[in-house]
Design a protein around this ligand. Structure first.
Ligand SMILES: [Fe+2]
Length: 232
């Protein structure tokens, strides 16, 4: 999995999975489960909010996690009631770690930007059939959680960031596709990312955006589009 997490192909596949999900209307959208060919494994991409930590929990089976964007901390607790973690790891982009059950843990993103990780969970047939696909999780403490707050926009912007780090042949087609599926504020972030690969495509995107926004913004966007066009 370490090789996968580091490879542009795998990261592009994750981005493509996320971009495809943006085809769903915002009010119906949810970060979907990743379908794997092995039914006794389940996978999810998590987009962690800044300054966030989830409730302490454990899984009944092993899980493997790899960091796709920025950094997360994994806090391990000896007992559910422990206030202080007994061990703490930092996972940077590209790092992969295994959690063997039983292991009470918590994931934290202390930074002021979202972090993204890819998780594979061992599962059972009953759990694979469960709606959430994650019924092996046992929570320690109240699950008061703001994870879902702003999840779509956070995922959109994190996807743009991940795409920006990929080679242009992976990034540009996906950014282009994404431009057609997201709202105006994310379109701007998409065009900015595209500009580093292809100023001419970014120029076309900004012109399209200029036609869709307030006239006050429209002139500025059109001016930037014109400058980008001259860069070719
Ligand atoms: Fe977990």
């Amino acid at each position: 999995m370490r090789n996968q997490i580091a490879s542009s192909e795998f990261r592009a596949t994750c981005c493509e999975f996320l971009v495809r999900s943006f085809g769903a209307p915002t009010e119906l959208w949810n970060l979907p489960l990743v379908r794997l060919t092995d039914e006794l494994l389940s996978a999810r991409i998590f987009v962690w909010p800044s300054g966030y930590e989830n409730t302490r929990h454990e899984h009944n089976h092993w899980s493997v996690a790899g960091v796709l964007l920025h950094q997360i901390q994994i806090l391990i607790f000896r007992e559910g009631a422990d206030i202080e973690p007994s061990v703490q790891f930092t996972g940077n982009a590209g790092d992969v770690g295994l959690l063997k059950s039983p292991c009470i843990h918590q994931i934290r993103n202390a930074a002021n930007h979202a972090a993204v990780s890819f998780h594979v969970f061992e599962t059972t047939e009953e759990e694979a059939d469960a709606v959430e696909g994650l019924s092996d999780t046992v929570w320690h403490g109240d699950k008061v959680d703001r994870y879902r707050t702003g999840l779509r926009r956070r995922t959109e912007l994190a996807t743009v960031e991940m795409l920006r780090e990929l080679p242009g042949n992976f990034a540009v087609p996906l950014l282009n596709r994404m431009f057609g599926l997201v709202g105006n504020s994310t379109k701007l972030a998409v065009a900015r990312a595209v500009a580093s690969f292809s100023p001419s495509i970014a120029s076309e995107q900004l012109l399209e955006l200029a036609n869709a926004v307030d006239p006050k913004l429209s002139d500025n966007l059109a001016a930037i589009a014109s400058r980008l066009k001259s860069l070719g």
